[in-house]
Design a protein around this ligand. Sequence first.
Ligand code: SAM
Length: 286
Amino acid sequence: MPVIFLILLEKLKIIKIIVNGIIFNVFATGRSGYMIETDKIYCENCLDTMNRMPDNFIDLTVTSPPYDNLRTYKGYSFDFEKVAREIYRITKEGGVVVWVVGDATVKGSETGTSFKQVLYFKECGFNLHDTMIWNKGGFSAVGALKVRYAPVFEYMFVLTKRKLKTFNPIKDRSNKCAGKNVSGTIRQSDGSMTPMSKVMIINEYGQRFNIWEQSPQRQRGKNKHPAPFPEQLANDHIISWSNEGDLVYDPFMGSGTAAKMAKLNNRNYIGSEISEEYCKIASARI
Ligand SMILES: C[S@@+](CC[C@H](N)C(=O)[O-])C[C@H]1O[C@@H](n2cnc3c(N)ncnc32)[C@H](O)[C@@H]1O
């Protein structure tokens, strides 16, 4: 027999339904007075979805916005500065935003849009916690390789609203010296060396570095999105920066990868996607 709790946080106008200790669904009233429900994709402009959300509501945003008209996405565009201010408002204290972007090269010069965006996020109040790199491990014939090396990466800017509240580091980097004992000296911040207090045995796996290599996801068939996240990439950010029962948001949901991986990891999710066609692809996947 499931144990069901209804928690009404009246001041925040939030209702939580908890079944057997797991947050099953959340309803909240946003700034606009409209209600938002979790575990749903909103087929609309993300500014409208965020307008339904109260302040300090989302634990983790994992997203990749359209950038520099590299792909037209059926002509949809967005007002970056408004979106950035809204993302800051709806993010909880200690919450995280993972913003995955790259730059187009226009008339031989990279636009630098990604940097401009991240500096604006800082103006909104976010900390730039880490500039991570997604190494796609290959490229899809863009630009002239006669004058440059092949562009193979995108930035994954990790932003936090004040002090980070969750970090579950992934430890899957195999250590070359696994099993060996280490003793010796440790360099201090002033440059001096002090002996290690005890001998340590090197573990089989160490914590991952901040460059992640993952091949881009290919979607097959007629109903496909031009630029889906690799599932593993969304998965790894979700488990790193959130806990079970947390609320994950993707304002530019596309084919629904972040929502799918949030659900598989027992997180609640909300997604916004402006194209009806992509909303249908996302609904079918989740
Ligand atoms: C880079 S794609 C996201 C792909 C996604 N990460 C996935 O795994 O499929 C960006 C998406 O943002 C959508 N979009 C553009 N402007 C939008 C807006 N104002 N509100 C919501 N979605 C928007 C586009 O239709 C496109 O599907």
